[in-house]
Design a protein around this ligand. Structure first.
Ligand SMILES: Cc1ncc(COP(=O)(O)O)c(C=O)c1O
Length: 464
């Protein structure tokens, strides 16, 4: 094990006397070496990939990304909710390295290995739903979504799929069609596959906590209307994120997911819960839908499942998962053995419970700092302010607006200032007016506090 992967063996201070577990800016961001590499990138990599902060990372120490100029950047992104156990977790490295030295690949459709089965067993036991399950492993989140639709269609022999406002499900052809926002995800990439219909949601932040009943009732009536128009009996699946990620960290009002569960059951539609961003401990429970008391017929996992190694899973009722003809599912790299070992390490780490507790303390720290800054009456705001602080666990968001509506410019300016100050922060939302915080679940409290203080200053600057 090297010093780069084990923060415990690092000296408490670096040669400049700065605590190892602290943000450090040796240069402006991006620094000179990152700028050089960026110009290489521009020469060789397609411009079709965007980048939040063009710095090149050399290694990760705890929750700090160390760049090629020696800057230490606080990670509030976790590679978009992937490295929840840390991007240099020694247990993940150990299990993956041991597997690398045994073999890298056989293709599970050719000859088998037990880690694949072990990952499926753990997911069958831990995903919501007290029924017999089976799991299929793939590589990316979008692939899991695509396969869930294939399975639901095969099991129901129905064509249509219902998705929701603000949804994000990926960048493949079908998942582009399922994703709500056109720019950048599907702009100029059409025609997109058909048979995809979109229903309304009931975002909790749009109604006072004491009075979400009407919002939920109206959204569920809207869902029924969309189903009725195409014929409810033509729908194979209804796919929903338990907390919507790219769409703005939208938490559904209490009762909305349970209402969808009831509608799906009544019409024989497969309820697919896309836990790709919100699952694997991110919201303080293993799966976010647990907190709504709802179990999908199929639950999707990816991102944090493999701790950065590509792994995704479709876990569902045995009779659905087995309805597909033999040979109908698979993929060359599906359930790669190194990624499976990483997932088994993630399970060990999550079972200890401290990471779930870590997620809950992150929520408390974010609420304690930003809720006092909340402008309670957005409609009356003459200038921009924070109009919502929301989320669960280590999936928290700060939304900006004023009387005229969403203020993406403020979110963008605040995130850019935080990034320049060495706190890596992402934005999201249909209007780009939401800053989202996705730190590793075990982020050191002092690093979290420092990062939040920097972000608060960045927000004050952007609002001034
Ligand atoms: C809820 C959700 N579903 C699906 C995906 C697609 O996953 P991937 O990028 O691994 O294909 C994402 C990615 O952000 C996601 O957040």
């Amino acid at each position: 094990m090297t010093a780069a992967t084990d923060t415990a063996v690092l000296a408490p201070t670096d040669p400049a006397g700065v605590p190892r577990r602290a943000r450090l800016l040796r240069t402006e961001l991006p620094g000179p070496r990152s700028r050089e590499l960026e110009s290489e990138r521009r020469r060789h990599v397609t411009d079709g990939f965007g980048v939040t902060l063009p710095v090149f990372i050399d290694r990760v120490e705890g929750s700090l990304l160390v760049d090629v100029d020696g800057n230490r950047i606080i990670d509030f992104a976790s590679g978009i909710a992937v490295t929840s156990v840390g991007a240099a977790n020694p247990r993940v490295a150990e299990r993956a390295a041991a597997q690398l030295s045994r073999f890298t690949h056989t293709c599970f459709m050719v000859t088998e290995y037990s880690s694949f089965v072990e990952v499926c067993r753990w997911l069958n036991e831990h995903t919501p739903g007290d029924f017999e399950k089976r799991t299929a492993l793939f590589s990316t989140g979008a692939e899991a979504v695509e396969n869930a639709v294939k399975i639901a269609r095969s099991a129901t022999r129905r064509p249509n799929v219902l998705v929701f406002d603000e949804a994000y499900h990926g960048r493949t052809q079908l998942t582009m069609a399922m994703t709500a926002k056109e720019n950048p995800y599907s702009l100029n990439f059409g025609p997109l596959p058909g048979s995809v219909f979109r229903g309304p949601t009931a975002p909790a932040h749009l109604a006072p906590a004491s009075d979400t009943g009407a919002l939920v009732a109206s959204a569920l009536a809207g869902v029924e209307a969309v189903l009725a128009e195409a014929g409810a009996e033509t729908f194979a699946a209804m796919v929903i994120e338990p907390i919507q990620g790219e769409g703005g960290f939208v938490v559904h009002a209490p009762g909305f997911l349970a209402g969808l569960r009831e509608i799906a059951t009544r019409h024989g539609i497969v309820l697919v819960i896309d836990e790709i961003q919100a699952g694997m401990g991110r919201t303080g429970t293993l799966f976010a839908s647990e907190q709504d008391g709802v179990a999908g017929d199929i639950t999707l996992s990816a991102k944090a499942l493999g701790a950065g190694l590509p792994l995704s899973a479709v876990t569902g009722r045995a009779e659905l998962m087995n309805a597909v003809h033999a040979g109908g599912l698979g993929g060359t790299y599906a359930g790669n053995p190194v990624a499976c070992e990483a997932a088994l390490a993630v399970f060990e780490l999550l079972e200890d419970g401290s990471l779930l507790a870590g997620a809950r303390s992150i929520e408390k720290a974010v609420r304690d700092r930003f809720e006092p800054l909340l402008a309670h009456d957005a409609a009356g705001l003459a200038s921009a302010g924070i109009v919502s602080v929301r989320g669960r666990g280590a999936m928290m968001a700060i939304e900006f607006g004023d009387a005229s509506g969403p203020r993406g410019d403020v979110a963008k300016a605040a995130a850019a200032a935080a990034n320049a100050a060495g706190v890596l922060t992402l934005t999201c939302g249909t209007h780009g007016n939401v800053i989202r915080l996705l730190p590793p679940l075990g982020i050191e409290p002092e690093v979290l506090d420092e990062g939040l203080a920097v972000l608060e200053a960045a927000i004050s600057g952007a609002l001034a």
